[in-house]
Design a protein. Structure first.
Length: 188
């Protein structure tokens, strides 16, 4: 599977095509629904790989604190995942771009990184939040997410971020956007 690493002055950004459920990081990000009720896509894959305790932990959180708003982020244990924690966030549904979707997506990435910092998590793996069934255009999502991630790395909020893309076309979009935003300096 293709992978590339961009070495920054503080930390590194990895872009890879692969299975986020196998990521050996401090936390993986779950593109969840507001009730943390499981579902398809990344959410379903993480739920299956982590075991039933992940769904139970999400349901317990919602019982105690209520449903998440778009852009919120909360953490649970990773259970059977290689990652010790799961950071759940709710991305926006793309409705044409006139409903604050870009700001909400930026907030989702930023809040995940803040939760990681608050929890002392140094390495985090993201999916392409909202780019699946929520329909967010991948190039726009990458143009929003990558600067937020780079800023967090430069602030030493985390030391390593990996973006896991499911398909080769998605990988190409995110890789090309990282090249455009960060530059050609990278190690394979």
């Amino acid at each position: 599977m293709p992978a590339v690493c961009f070495a920054l002055s503080h930390g590194r950004l990895e872009i890879r095509q692969g299975d986020i459920t196998a990521a050996e990081v401090g936390a993986v990000v779950n593109a969840a629904n507001s009730r943390l009720a499981g579902g398809g896509g990344v959410d379903g894959a993480l739920q299956r790989a982590a075991g039933p305790q992940l769904l139970q932990a999400g349901q317990e959180y919602v019982r105690e604190h209520g449903a998440l708003s778009v852009g919120d982020a909360v953490v649970t244990p990773g259970f059977a995942l290689p990652a010790s924690q799961v950071i759940h966030t709710v991305g926006p549904i793309w409705r044409g771009g006139g409903h604050n979707e870009e700001a909400l997506l930026e907030r989702a990435y930023a809040n995940c990184l803040q939760v990681a910092k608050d929890q002392g998590i140094q390495s985090i793996a993201f999916p392409a939040i909202s780019c699946g069934v929520y329909g967010f255009p991948e190039k726009r999502a990458a143009a929003i997410a990558i600067p937020v991630i780079v800023a967090a790395l430069e602030r030493d909020a985390v030391s390593s971020v990996a973006l896991y893309l499911y398909s080769n076309p998605s990988y190409a979009v995110w890789y090309n956007e990282a090249q455009r935003l960060i530059g050609a300096e990278h190690e394979e």
